[in-house]
Write a protein that binds this ligand. Structure first.
Ligand code: GLN
Length: 492
């Protein structure tokens, strides 16, 4: 079969169960595509071909025996921020270029337990800091829709791999938009779950109070299948919440779009820098949801101007603390011939971290220093609470809130935006993490250069089923999620 990469997760699951193809055939099919096409996309940092085939054989045996998980034998790619036992985990950094974790992240362990086959580890901005994946020590990844453009970030490798059909699904992480924005730039569906829904154990920490893992795929249905595997309480992560997990697949038609009130924040559609095509596509998608029966309600989110400054204090502050563990002593990069212990710390960190990571550590350390702690960090925490309250107030009158996922489509590789310009591009995604809310990106069309545009729907706490269901029904009535980049049409 030459077009196995065109099948959805449900079709793959059924095909495997009915022995139309084996997991080995499916895995070989993807490995062949990666070998041929990824030279152009550069989404993988590590391809685990040998191990994948072993896992595929195990899955085939389980499927034959008749008691395999629905996703057994289906391949996936993990963002290189999830620890994988015996396989390099780099977080896109020179600091961890040779790091092999002695254990699996819970997300990875859950995927393995379900019988999913790991194709490899995919590229990302260093320590998940960035919006283009250009901040990777391993070089830039290309956007499958136009190889001269970035796939977004920080989960850019995950997005590019799925959009080029080099993996049917992938894991990503989202601290301030890193699932939703690359999904938007690459025309995919990506879900950032409620903080605490997916275990952070073994997920290399960037900003612990904001980080959350989630699925990236072609459709809401595919995302729901992966959510069923990775969501849930984990005793190894004290911030993971012990709350019953929905059956996201069974709930795909569970939300009545007819009865839905969608909040349209006035402030969001007047943001300077909102691209006209992005605005138009998002408005068209909202019109479609209206045709399907939803009601659009104008709302106020008065804290919008505070999102970028608040996030860019809190996230670097937490990063400066989290990244202090990389000191060249126990693991990770160590400089050559250190003169003394201070020289060892200093050179290991300045040689091992890239420019953006160093910038964040400096900002964060400054904001946390004795003289500035109250003025910056404590103040930012107070504003964070106001941002959360703004959302809670809005959810008294609406079920979900609509926004673009990003003000623009994918940037050109090497566009070299200033840090401030880059940070302003995160305007639509940051608040969701500051408030701990779930949100989803759905593809809703293209700009004049044929680059994808994404709609973001933000839900109240624990509304993952609702978000997936709304997007699923939208996708039953539209075909944007079925569009494929030319490179994905190439056969291996
Ligand atoms: N672009 C944002 C940043 O650079 C968000 C990154 C993320 O979600 N990991 O911090």
């Amino acid at each position: 079969m030459t077009d196995l990469h065109r099948l959805s997760i449900r079709e793959l699951s059924e095909g495997l169960k009915q022995a139309q193809f084996s997991s080995r055939e499916l895995t070989e099919h993807y490995l062949k595509r990666i070998a041929k096409i990824d030279a152009k996309v550069k989404s993988y940092v590590t391809v685990t071909a040998e191990q994948a085939l072993v896992e595929a054989d195990v899955a085939d045996a389980a499927i034959k025996s008749g008691n395999a998980h629905a996703l057994a034998g289906i391949p996936l790619a993990h963002k290189d921020i999830f620890c994988t036992q015996g396989i390099k985990t780099t977080a896109g950094s020179k600091m961890l270029d040779n790091f092999i974790s002695p254990y699996d992240a819970t997300v990875v362990a859950k995927a393995k337990a379900a019988g999913l086959v790991t194709l490899g580890k995919v590229n990302m901005d260093e320590f998940a800091m960035g919006s283009t994946s250009e901040n990777s020590y391993f070089g830039a990844t290309s956007n499958p829709w136009n190889l001269d453009h970035v796939p977004g970030g920080s989960s850019g490798g995950s997005a590019a791999a799925v959009a080029a059909d080099l993996a049917p699904i992938a894991t990503g992480t989202d601290t301030g938009g890193s699932i939703r924005q690359p999904a938007s730039f690459c025309g995919l569906t990506g879900l950032k779950p409620t903080y605490g829904r997916v275990s952070r154990f073994g997920m290399i920490a960037f900003a612990s109070s904001l980080d959350q893992g989630g699925p990236m795929a072609r459709s809401a249905e595919d995302c729901a299948y992966l959510m069923n595997v990775i969501a849930g309480h984990d005793a190894k992560d004290s911030t993971s919440v012990d709350k019953e997990v929905d059956d996201y697949v069974a709930n795909l038609n569970g939300t009545a779009v007819k009865a839905l009130r969608i909040g349209i924040p006035k402030q969001y559609f007047n943001v300077a820098g909102l691209d006209a095509d992005v605005k138009a596509r998002v408005e068209e998608s909202l019109k479609k949801l209206e045709e399907m029966g939803a009601t659009l309600v104008e709302i106020d989110l008065n804290m919008t101007e505070a999102y970028v400054p608040t996030y860019y204090l809190i996230a670097p502050a937490e990063a400066s603390s989290n990244l202090s563990r990389y000191d060249g002593v126990r693991y990770g990069y160590r400089c050559e011939n250190p003169k003394d212990i201070l020289d060892l710390y200093k050179r290991s960190r300045s040689e091992g971290f890239g420019a953006e990571v160093q910038r964040r550590i400096l900002i964060g350390t400054y904001a946390l220093s004795a003289g500035y702690y109250d003025a910056y960090y404590v103040k930012a925490q107070k504003v964070r609470r106001l941002i959360q309250q703004d959302f809670l107030k809005a959810f008294e009158n609406v079920d979900v809130i609509a926004a673009p996922s990003a003000p623009t489509t994918a940037y050109k590789i090497g566009a070299n935006l200033s840090p401030t310009e880059m940070y302003l591009g995160d305007i639509y995604t940051l608040a969701v993490n500051l408030a701990g809310l779930p949100a989803i990106n759905a593809p809703v069309g293209f700009d004049k250069d044929n680059l994808p545009v994404g709609l973001q729907l933000i839900g109240n706490y624990w509304s993952e089923s609702q978000l997936l269901s709304i997007v699923h029904q939208y996708q039953q009535n539209t075909d944007w999620h079925t569009k494929r980049a030319a490179i994905a049409e190439e056969n291996a």
